[in-house]
Design a protein around this ligand. Structure first.
Ligand code: DOR
Length: 432
């Protein structure tokens, strides 16, 4: 019999709620949940939470093409340290993930990853917004989420066609509705804008992107979801108006979902007064009022998931002036602690937002999220909700250091992560 491992005295928080129980893992699978369990190795989780591993719906790992900023290996190590057992990786790589060959390249590169790498594919070839990617072929290869993230699909007719086409692919997915994830940004309004258009962009004299650049596309895609019955997922929702429209559309019964990033509910546009490109991101940091609305949206279920939009950029790129530096922030290693510190959610809500709901949206809830019960793959994280620590970009596993939380003290630490039973994070350290 192979060696087994028991996690004892912990508080299990999963899709079923909270309970005190021990669990035993053998051959990568949870084999028993109960009282007074023992194993060849025992982890005492007294005072700690045991949750299904987190699932990030929005990760940029830069491979292929920009490996000097991040690789699948370094990014997945950061993910594991952040409690994630699966990352949906964005296709704005170089080349874009828009063909079977590049999907296979990503999966090959993931062979030494510390979490499951789930490739999202581009909606359009080369993310150019002109011609649909070979969606059926990509769905046959296992892709469930399509997105041109980094930009939104500008052409409403093509978006309609993509939704209609995706709606016809259920026979390839056992009935799972293929998801079109949209980065909502109307280019003609946002172009040239490097931060939110408002009080601070006026003070700083920097070109802004109005909230309406996001909201018009949210409005359009809600209309197209209604027209086609298609499955739209709204990425990194950042404005009060977007949250309101998504809430109303859900109340009207549309099968849409949404995510918000940690930075969009913790940082506002005044951060840009430092001219530090660490605070440059798309969509941009918004107002206090937008932050309040995003938080309410997360807490009342309008927004289904917390995503990281982990977007590593080399030091050299982020040392350029604010106007020309690339947008994006690290997120994987801080998401749980930042949310635990600032959202005002209880641990059941956090587990829903970071694990249960995103696993469901990505169609990987057979192995992530869900319940901790015998027979499920051991994709787990063990959390200390109270430990305080200070964020330091240079100490992260990521190849890049562009965290917007440098020097901030946060509460909540990932002690252990298990991916298919593999103990990838042990006492807060990656094991490989
Ligand atoms: O700030 C961003 N950075 N927003 C995006 O949508 C893309 C991302 C990136 O890839 O760097």
């Amino acid at each position: 019999m192979s060696a087994d491992l028991a996690i004892t005295n912990g508080t299990i928080v999963d899709a079923d709620g909270i309970r005190r129980a021990d669990l035993r893992i053998e051959n990568g699978v949870v084999v028993e949940v109960g009282e007074k369990l023992d194993g060849d190795t025992v982890i005492d989780a007294d005072g700690l939470v045991v949750s299904p591993g987190f699932v990030d719906l929005h990760t940029h790992l830069r491979e292929p093409g920009d490996e000097e900023a991040e690789t699948i290996q370094t990014g997945s190590r950061g993910a594991a340290l952040g409690g994630f057992t699966a990352c949906v990786v964005m296709p704005n790589t170089n080349p874009a993930i828009d063909s079977l060959a590049v999907v296979q390249q990503v999966l090959d590169a993931a062979s030494d990853a510390l979490c499951e790498i789930v490739p999202a594919a581009a909606m359009t070839i080369a993310r150019a917004g002109e011609q649909l990617a070979p969606m059926a072929e990509l769905v046959r290869a296992g892709v469930r989420i399509f997105t041109d993230d980094g930009t939104g699909l500008q052409n409403a007719r093509l978006m309609r066609t993509a939704l209609e086409y995706a709606g016809g692919l259920n026979h390839l997915t056992d009935g799972f509705d293929v998801v079109l994830a949209q980065h909502c940004e109307v280019e003609s309004l946002a172009a040239g804008g490097v931060m939110h258009e408002g009080e601070w962009s006026s003070v700083l004299g920097m070109p802004g992107q109005p909230a309406e650049a996001e909201e018009l596309m949210v409005m359009r895609d809600i209309a197209l979801a209604r027209l086609t019955g298609g499955r739209v997922h709204f990425q990194h929702v950042s404005t009060r108006g977007s949250v309101s429209m998504i809430r109303a559309a859900k109340e009207a019964g549309l099968a849409i979902t949404a995510e918000a990033t940690t930075h969009h509910f913790t940082l506002d546009h005044s951060a840009c007064q430092t001219y530090d490109p660490a605070f440059k991101v798309h969509p941009p940091l918004r107002t206090e009022d937008d932050i309040a609305a995003v938080k309410v949206g997360l807490l009342d279920g309008t927004i289904d998931a917390i995503a990281t939009d982990h977007a590593p950029h080399t030091r050299q790129a982020k040392e350029r002036p604010f106007l020309s530096a690339p947008p994006g922030m690290l997120g994987l290693e801080t998401a749980f602690a930042v949310a635990n510190t600032e959202l005002g959610a209880d641990i059941e809500q956090l587990v829903r937002l970071l694990s249960v709901n995103p696993a469901y949206i990505a169609g990987i809830d057979d192995r992530h999220g869900g319940r901790i019960e015998a027979g499920r793959p051991a994709n787990l994280t063990v959390l200390d909700l109270d430990e305080e620590w200070t964020v330091t970009g240079a100490a992260m596993a990521s190849r890049s250091t562009n965290t917007p939380y440098e020097g901030r003290t946060v509460r909540g630490r990932v002690r252990h992560t298990f991916w298919n039973g593999d103990h990838v994070v042990d006492m807060g350290e990656a094991t490989r």
